[in-house]
Design a binder for this molecule. Structure first.
Ligand SMILES: [Ca+2]
Ligand SMILES: [Ca+2]
Length: 103
C-alpha cells in the first residue's frame, strides 16, 4: 500500500513538473478599451504591467511610455472577471509627475 501511495505521489509530482515546463500559450492580441469605450493606448515603446496596484483584488494596468517618459495608471473598474480600465491618469510621486528617462 505504501509503495502504491509513493508511486502515485511521484507520478503527481512528475506531471506537475511537466506542466510547469511547457511553453506558454498566449491568446491572440487584442485592443484594450476603457469603460467609456476609449482605446487604452499609449505611445510607441510602451511597457505595460498588470498588477493589483490599489489592493482591491483585481489587476490594474500601469504603463511606462518611452516617448514622453511618463508612467500612466489605468484602474480596473470592472465589477466582473473581465478587466475594464478607467481613464488614464498620470502617476504622481511626492507631488510631481513620475517620469523616467531612458538615457
Ligand atoms: Ca486593483
Ligand atoms: Ca478595481
Amino acid at each position: 500500500m505504501l509503495r502504491l501511495l509513493l508511486c502515485a505521489l511521484v507520478s503527481t509530482l512528475l506531471l506537475t513538473l511537466a506542466s510547469l515546463a511547457q511553453t506558454p500559450n498566449f491568446d491572440y492580441p487584442c485592443l484594450l478599451v476603457n469603460g467609456d469605450g476609449y482605446l487604452v493606448a499609449d505611445n510607441i515603446c510602451s511597457v505595460p504591467c498588470l498588477q493589483d496596484w490599489d489592493g482591491d483584488g483585481d489587476a490594474d494596468l500601469m504603463v511606462g511610455v518611452m516617448y514622453d517618459g511618463y508612467v500612466y495608471y489605468y484602474e480596473n473598474v470592472s465589477p466582473g472577471s473581465v478587466p475594464q480600465f478607467g481613464p488614464r491618469r498620470l502617476v504622481m510621486a511626492e507631488g510631481d509627475t513620475l517620469s523616467v528617462s531612458y538615457a
